[in-house]
Write a protein that binds this ligand. Sequence first.
Ligand code: AMP
Length: 548
Amino acid sequence: MLGQMQDWPLLVHRIIDHASLYHHDREVVSRSVEGPIHRTTYGEIGRRAHRLSNALQKRGFKLGDRIGTMAWNTWRHLEAWYGIAGMGGIYHTLNPRLFPDQLVYIANHAEDRALFFDITFAPLVEKLAPQMPTVRLYVAMTDRAHLPDVKIPNLVAYEDFIAEGDEHPFPGREWTEFDENTACGLCYTSGTTGNPKGVLYSHRSNVLHGFMAAQPDAMCLRNADTVLPVVPMFHANAWALAFAAPMVGSKLVMPGPKLDGASIYELLETEKVSLTAAVPTVWLSLLQDLEKTGNMLPHLNRVLIGGSACPRSMIETFEKKYEVTVVHAWGMTEMSPLGTLGTLKAKMDDLPYDKKLDYKTKQGHPPFGVEMKITDDENGELPRDGKAFGRLKVRGPCVAKGYFRGDGVSSFDEAGWFDTGDVATIDPDGYMTITDRAKDVIKSGGEWISTIEIENLAVGHPAVAEAAVIGVRHPKWDERPLLVIVLKQGQSASREDILKYLDGKIAKWWMPDDVAFVSEIPHTATGKIQKITLRETFAGYRLPTAAE
Ligand code: AMP
């Protein structure tokens, strides 16, 4: 017997309809690519998304068409997502930080039919256009006055383009109706080896993920919040914020192209932001800026940190010095992306702060809708005792069941588990701790050393800005850890200082065999430490212990 409730498809554009009806005057503030701060509302964004959707249809775009966006977080990018999804198109976010040949590969693999781009990227798009034969329309996300002087075929200014579409006074009327499992968004993972792989979100997975993200023990999103997603819309679906914020009508502050500490601080302050989200490198830059200026963060209530491991010292600084609650989160493009969030449970209320910090430093526990387990190499499930570590596998309604066009099948098993490629422990309360990417693990004499744990401790040293640990060949132990360090500007520390600082905080056999000081650590297009490049740089490195 079936239930007798309505089959109301979970379609993404219903979110902007809801926001534009019930939170119509709630502001969306952006630092525009042209420069000035731009202010609009959900009501206006809803209307313009409808126009954009209609303009696309008038130009012959249809259900299932992939439409690229190469753009910063702004109100126009938001309108484009909803407008594209509303006509059954698939917004395909292109990360401009990727190498040009990777971008060409991705656009061709996706067979993008149109490309919306910010004028920042006009020279790049001009270079790529001849190599992207499927793209038949280029929309520069600006007005006619700011159209760049470039040779791009079939180029139109965004404001002219949406003026081609009709406006509809009643939200919900003009969207195309289709099944909630219809594809909605496409985002390629920035894999460090092999070609990037496409993750194809559905309307249903995006809506469910928005609900999931907004929950109290996840992001705790409220209408009263002012939310600044520093995390770009071209990285892992902007961590659900482009859906979850309009769902509840939070005010949105979009940072545009300026993601440095000082620019972010300015927005946090002038717009009285209560919640913000980004990878640790962004917060490193903000904290350094605050240290220099002596500024405080009086309005900010909580900061979501993920994408790579958040060091304990960073959590402590935010919470103790600036009285901002940190929520450490873990996720992946393949998971929409949220997997776990480090909010505390009731029984932890009375713990001393240091013990709370132990939990907050972990990657967190999964919201309803994410299943998680760890396995050994034979796929046997390992205990949830906080000690055993193994390959982390996940499943759920917002987790990919395959990659676009059948790539990477070996990551998915028959029971629906997706192998994340991360190595982790899970404790009895469900808090998961990432110890490494499987391919970055150091095997010393057959035993595993967690590079992430050593890195997190090393950045607690007052002179250290950033740290990375890699395995270097060793004649006796196969591999031993080398700690690579970037010092804070104007600070100094010796190899011995750093090793002394680590002494007693980790097992003796985890102690790095050497410390190398560098001026910069390479990062991937999504802000992660690029260990593959570091390993190449230090390939012939001779450890002082190698002669023993
Ligand atoms: P992406 O799909 O680009 O978001 O990358 C996902 C990967 O980033 C994960 O598989 C992890 O290896 C890493 N990652 C994300 N969040 C965290 C975190 N909080 N701590 C450690 N690693 C993380």
